[in-house]
Design a protein around this ligand. Structure first.
Ligand SMILES: CC(C)(COP(=O)(O)OP(=O)(O)OC[C@H]1O[C@@H](n2cnc3c(N)ncnc32)[C@H](O)[C@@H]1OP(=O)(O)O)[C@@H](O)C(=O)NCCC(=O)NCCS
Length: 183
């Protein structure tokens, strides 16, 4: 199945401690606790948007067709959404970019590695994607360490380039379906 098909029919991806699933209006009280936290946006070159400061707005917009695959990351024990993950910039169902963020209270517990690893596995096992990649500010050690732990390879460094909304030195990381198949 192409990833685009899952944008309409969102899957539920389970890991040992997490459930990666569609976010629903009942999640708003939890989202409100962390989505507006400036710390999460340190390397994004912009602060939280209006909807990220007031997550109710995320569910008010009429559902329109989007090209990005966006899911919440919930703790299995509590069903509380403690982060979210995107697969976006999908090119010909073959290549896409990946990004995630976690509430400050959920960072440093291995949840980033656990969710990225599960999402990477899902993309290569259940969709036609052959390559996933990410850009990461060289100073964002937690992020590039997480990518490496999930098998992504550092493919290069861009000096003073534009990344999301900021200018910085950043790494490009990538992983291929073949890398996973070949172990
Ligand atoms: C980046 C992020 C998703 C990582 O998730 P996480 O659950 O905190 O990371 P993990 O616990 O899986 O740790 C991954 C590695 O990074 C290291 N790490 C974690 N936090 C760190 C920190 N603040 N500084 C340095 N290394 C750190 C861990 O020790 C681990 O490496 P190790 O096993 O070699 O020790 C999370 O920190 C986050 O949401 N940050 C804010 C948003 C962001 O920058 N997102 C990335 C943009 S794509």
């Amino acid at each position: 199945m192409a990833l685009a098909d899952y944008i309409e029919n969102k899957p539920v991806i389970e890991t040992e401690r997490l459930i990666i699933r569609e976010m629903v209006p009942d999640d708003v009280p939890n989202l409100r606790q962390w989505m507006g936290d400036e710390q999460i946006y340190e390397y994004w070159g912009k602060g939280p948007s209006k909807a990220e400061k007031d997550p109710e707005l995320l569910f008010e917009k009429p559902k329109r067709l989007t090209k990005s695959f966006h899911l919440g990351i919930a703790e299995k024990k509590t069903n509380r959404v403690i982060g979210d993950i995107w697969v976006y910039l999908i090119e010909n169902d073959r290549m896409a970019s990946v990004a995630l963020r976690l509430a400050r209270s959920a960072q440093g517990k291995g949840y980033g590695t656990e969710s990225l690893s599960a999402m990477t596995g899902f993309c290569f096992e259940k969709t036609e994607l052959q390559r996933l990649w990410a850009e990461v500010d060289v100073r964002n050690t937690a992020s590039w360490r997480m990518l490496e732990k999930c098998g992504y390879q550092r493919e290069g460094m861009i000096r003073q380039g534009k990344m999301v909304n900021t200018w910085c030195d950043y790494y490009i990381y990538g992983i291929l379906a073949d890398d996973v198949r070949e172990g």
